[in-house]
Design a protein around this ligand. Structure first.
Ligand code: ADP
Ligand code: MG
Length: 512
């Protein structure tokens, strides 16, 4: 006889941890750091707080693969009663809304807790206090894998001395291979510092200590919570929304109250277009009506574009500052594209291009990819940005390899079209590909303009060197012919050369 039973969410991820990036001690350590850092950033920047993040990685003196991760932030904190669930229950969190955040699933940190629990047997330690609370909560938490509920190992509540203080500190003792993961983690932190030039980040390991001081004092406008776009609905979503709707609400009001960019007039026009009576009560709609409604909503060509209030692009200025902070290039430019959408999901593409300076020469442009401000370090070959960059003939833009060139791509969206569950590469959705292509080429054109200017300046310099080389001889020859002193010619010719160069420089500056 077969035995039948269910599987809890925690059990599922316990068995299939590679799905969430915890496949081996190198990757698991990298992923644990990521989950902690991303939560800290979400808890600060999304809420208008300039991030202060302190991350320390230590190795146990007696066991090389026993790693102590410690992170502290000045974020909004976590209410005491929520702490056990957010760290001890898979699929529990505060980010199940339509708004751009780094985390979305309510899973990340639990995977780190789970991994620590099964490799070292140690619970996660949390100390947190929210903005206006008078108390500090300290917990030690593990996960009851079979039931997917938190186990509280330790709890202490103390009164705050300074009410203004807020934020979270977490400590995790986990198994990992720091030697193997060190370079990736370092790269991850550097790139995070690039995309968040408004953050103070301290990063300490037994090998290195980085202090990234913020180079700008202003955050990008934080994202707002938005509504669903009518193009992105399916039957289940409709059912769920209708369940939350009061009795007697008519279809036209349901549409105009619940969807992005839909007012009464648009709702009426839509109903007319698909021949559904706008005065029907939504609670009474049959399943076949819901099916019709959802397919018509996806098809209707006249919805307004999704509004991008849910998104928070970094912006051209901050992107340039970030690139300067980390890459120290000779030239940098950035392009933030206007909002666009795919299948009802708004998105914005940003690209920065850095050239020269401290960048290492390579035979192809170096690519830094970001999605919702998360650096993507794995699976570059599968990413749409790599595909575009490789398809460009860089000769057109005066780039000759080996060249010192870095291209930074940032996609923000309430739904990033990742390829697969690894969340490391962006799929080639046509709308996204188009926007990326435009942005990369625009940045490349600006680089070409810069390189032309540099070329002209070099040409001028070369001419000057040549003329200067012969000026003495020419003066002497002229003096001989005219039977005059050569000093006079030398002075005159030098003056001419100077004014010629000054004129050209002037023209160049005006052009610029
Ligand atoms: P996600 O980030 O996808 O929501 P996580 O499991 O990583 O899922 O985190 C669960 C929840 O815990 C978050 O939604 C957030 O509400 C809360 N949280 C985690 N870390 C912090 C932190 N450092 N500061 C404030 N809240 C946090
Ligand atoms: Mg998270």
């Amino acid at each position: 006889m077969e035995k039948y039973k269910g599987l809890s969410a925690a059990q599922f991820f316990y068995r299939n941890r590679e799905i969430a990036g915890f496949s081996n001690p190198v990757r698991a350590l990298y992923q644990s750091v990521r989950e902690l850092v991303e939560n800290s950033l979400d808890a600060t920047e999304t809420h208008g707080i300039l991030p202060e993040i302190y991350l320390k990685i230590d190795v146990d003196k007696d066991k090389e693969d026993r790693i102590i991760l410690e992170i502290e932030d000045n974020g909004i904190g976590i209410p005491g009663r929520e702490i056990p669930n957010v760290f001890g229950r898979v699929f529990y969190g505060s980010k199940y809304t339509l708004r751009q955040t780094r985390g979305v699933f309510g899973l990340g940190v639990k995977m780190a807790v789970l991994y620590a629990q099964i490799t070292t047997g140690m619970p996660i330690y949390i100390k947190s206090s929210t903005l206006n609370s008078s108390y500090i909560y300290e917990y030690e938490i593990q996960i009851d894998i079979e039931k997917n509920i938190p186990i509280i190992k330790f709890l202490k509540i103390t009164k705050k001395k300074n009410r203004k203080q807020h934020g979270t500190k977490a400590r995790l003792i986990t198994m990992g291979n720091l030697k193997g993961a060190h370079r990736r983690i370092e790269e991850y932190i550097k790139r995070t510092a690039l995309i968040a030039p408004y953050a103070n980040i301290v990063f300490k390991t037994p090998k290195v200590e980085y202090v990234f001081k913020r180079v700008v004092q202003k955050l990008p406008t934080p994202p707002k919570v938005g509504k669903y776009h009518p193009k992105g609905v399916d039957i289940e979503l409709l059912k769920m929304m209708i369940r939350k709707t009061k009795r007697k609400v008519k279809l036209v009001d349901f549409l105009s109250n619940n969807f992005d960019g839909v007012g009464k007039r648009t709702a009426l026009n839509f109903c007319k277009w698909c021949g559904i009576d706008p005065n029907l009560e939504v609670k009474n709609l049959s399943v076949s009506m819901l099916e019709l409604l959802s397919s018509k909503m996806r098809e209707y060509p006249k919805w307004r574009r999704p509004r991008p209030i849910t998104l928070s692009p970094v912006g051209e200025k901050l992107l340039k500052e970030g690139a300067r902070r980390i890459l120290n290039p000779e030239f940098v430019t950035a392009v933030t594209r206007p909002p666009a959408s795919y299948s009802g999901n708004p998105f914005i593409v940003e690209v920065a291009l850095a050239w020269g300076g401290d960048i290492q020469p390579q035979n192809t442009p170096i690519l830094y990819r970001f999605a919702n401000r998360i650096p993507l370090l794995y699976d570059e070959g599968a990413d749409v940005a790599r595909k575009i960059i490789d398809s460009i003939d860089w000769n057109i833009y005066k780039v000759k390899f080996p060249a010192r060139i870095v291209i930074i791509t940032h996609l923000c969206s309430t739904k990033v079209p990742f390829k697969g569950v690894g969340k490391e590469a962006i799929a080639d959705v046509p709308e996204v590909e188009k926007e990326l292509n435009i942005a990369i080429r625009e940045a490349a054109r600006r680089l070409r303009r810069h390189l032309s200017k540099v070329e002209k300046a070099m040409e001028l310099k070369r001419r000057r060197v040549i003329i200067e080389k012969y000026i003495g001889e020419v003066s002497r020859a002229l003096a001989y012919i005219c039977k005059m002193e050569d000093k006079i010619f030398l002075e005159k010719l030098s003056a001419m050369l100077r004014s010629d160069i000054e004129k050209r420089v002037l023209v160049r500056n005006v052009e610029a």
